[in-house]
Write a protein that binds this ligand. Structure first.
Ligand code: TRP
Ligand code: SF4
Length: 532
């Protein structure tokens, strides 16, 4: 089953994409021009920090702008139920302040009580970016040191590299058998020339995303940039198609598609409210008579003519069959033993058909739970759809996008603190041409990479400080010279402190069960790195 959204056409860096489209390309170098379009085109939802208990400052300040079903995770957090967070890093260069956003997101979820995983995407770096194993080892260590230095608790969380996680590879293999090349073409623009290991690294990433649920299915959030959304959607899809049963609602013995089901629900609810209709004694053909234009129009734009007609026909054909709402378990991948066990497990009145079971005394949530339990008892995974949150890409200090091949555009977490200071001092701003103009018109903090540094990093959790910078800038009280001086000093301090903590993290990393000097042989080291 695929989600009901347009497939993102990504070009893998070969084709061009029409300017109306937003490309979501995990291996491209596109900046996402218009985040709004992501909502419309791909169904990414807008992030609302108010729905999160005690939200992180990146959530409060709009750096995290979008999500898929994060409410599952927020709810688990609020109710003290288990949840997980996982993200991965391709060790293609030094960790920089863009990666820090994701490090911070992982650490925050850990502090909120989640089971948190950080992984090194070494298979991807080797196959998609041509990094040699020696380079990968070196960069992997550096990412982990920064993650630990920023506060990741290694006792509480799990760190792994894709290449030496056997359990992960087994899961990737299972996922691989439910996906095919046409999907790779449609989702990633892969073609005949795409190397096979690159494809393997994709199924590995899908496995990464579901890995936290191997012991126990639970809400899981994947904090990433929006370029990773194709992977998230693919993983959500894979999770659903590996389920043994699909739980749906039905009203009579015949099948309904999603549109018909919604329309039927509306019709049924309408009829239960009417005095002149006894819903306990309602037959299909009678319901057909009630399926009026009025009901259809109440559903707004959700219903098309075809849906109306097909439901009408099904009701007519149903004739005298009584209408009774029920929960239906459709057999997707269940073996016979699991199907039999499900029948046993359903309480109350039930009816067994060839490829489904109807239950008359269960609500859909309990039904979901029973289906999952039976699946897990019979060697299934019982995955929940993984959730995601998306952060904005940071603007490059030079104004364009942040790119690892333009050192002045970004700040590496390994930069000499003085270099960090200098880079901020020479950064582009949202300031006016002259001080006078700035005093009169105010600066443009929304277009200023320096303000972004304050909001995303330098002000840390001090909202009041971030707001003050913004207001002083917009109000013309703040001039760029002094503003950059202050930011540059804060950056220097941050880098000094971070690098000290990285030193301390070395000892901690020693004790972590992760092999950072792989003996792997192979190719690599010949391809250029791309944008960060
Ligand atoms: N593809 C990601 C990147 O390019 C890295 C990655 C691998 C990842 N596995 C993951 C990210 C799982 C999130 C979840 O950076
Ligand atoms: Fe940017 Fe500061 Fe200048 Fe405002 S005053 S435009 S925030 S550098």
């Amino acid at each position: 089953m695929t989600e009901d959204q347009p497939t993102p056409k990504t070009d893998g860096g070969t084709d061009s994409v029409s300017s109306d489209d937003v490309a979501l390309d995990p291996w491209g170098s596109s900046t996402i021009e218009d985040y709004r379009k992501l909502f419309e085109q791909f169904g990414i939802e807008e992030f609302d920090a108010d729905e999160v208990p005690d939200p992180h400052y990146l959530m409060r300040r709009g750096a995290i702008f979008g999500h898929r079903e994060y409410e599952r995770v927020a709810e688990a957090m609020a109710n003290d139920e288990p949840f997980a967070a996982l993200s991965g890093f391709m060790p293609t260069g030094d960790p920089h302040i863009g990666h820090k956003l994701v490090f911070d997101e992982l650490i925050w979820h850990q502090q909120q009580g989640g089971e948190v995983y950080g992984l090194i995407a070494d298979l991807e770096a080797h196959s998609a970016r041509g990094m040699s194993w020696d380079e990968i080892d070196e960069h992997a260590r550096s990412y982990l040191l920064s993650l630990i230095a920023l506060g990741f608790d290694v006792e509480d969380g799990e760190l792994y590299r894709q290449s030496d996680n056997r359990v992960l590879q087994d899961l990737a293999f299972e996922i691989g058998s439910t996906t095919n090349f046409s999907e790779f073409e449609a989702i990633y623009g892969f073609g005949g020339e795409t190397n096979v290991s690159h494809m393997q690294s994709v199924v590995t990433q899908l496995a990464d995303i579901l890995y936290p649920q191997l012991d126990e299915p639970m809400p899981t959030v994947i904090p990433v940039g929006p370029d990773q959304d194709p992977h998230v959607r693919f993983a959500r899809d894979a999770a659903a198609r590996m389920r043994y049963f699909k739980v749906t609602e039905a009203f009579a013995s015949f099948e309904l598609d999603d549109g018909e089901r919604e329309l039927f629900r509306e019709l049924y609810d309408d009829l239960t409210e009417r005095d002149d209709v006894d819903t306990d004694d309602l037959r299909c053909e009678d319901a057909a008579d009630h399926l009026t234009v009025e009901i259809v129009s109440r559903m707004g734009e959700g219903v098309d003519e075809a849906t109306y007609e097909s439901l009408y026909e099904k009701l007519e054909n149903g004739g005298k069959e009584p209408i009774r709402p029920r929960v239906r378990f459709l057999d997707r991948n269940a073996n016979e033993a699991a199907f039999d066990a499900l029948i046993e497990a359903i309480p109350g009145e039930k009816r067994r058909y060839d490829a489904h079971i109807d239950s008359f005394d269960l609500d859909p949530e309990d039904a979901e739970e029973i289906a999952r339990e039976v699946e897990i008892e019979h060697d299934g995974y019982g995955f929940q759809a993984p959730s995601s949150i998306y952060h904005r890409f940071m603007t490059g200090l030079t104004g364009g996008k942040m790119s690892s091949s333009v050192p002045a555009s970004h700040i590496s977490l390994l930069d000499d603190p003085e270099d960090g200071y200098d880079k901020v001092k020479s950064a582009a701003t949202g300031g006016r041409a002259t001080a006078e103009e700035q005093r009169e018109l105010g600066g443009k903090p929304d277009e200023c990479p320096v303000y972004e540094l304050y909001a995303y990093l330098l002000a840390e959790s001090d909202d009041e400080f971030a707001a003050r910078v913004y207001e002083e800038c917009a109000g013309g009280e703040r001039l760029c010279g002094g503003c950059k001086e202050q930011a540059a000093e804060l950056m220097r301090e941050f880098l000094e402190e971070h690098q000290e903590k990285r030193e301390e993290a070395k000892e901690i990393l020693e004790d972590v069960d992760i092999d950072l000097s792989s003996d792997r042989r192979g190719l690599g080291g010949q391809e250029e790195e791309d944008a960060v």
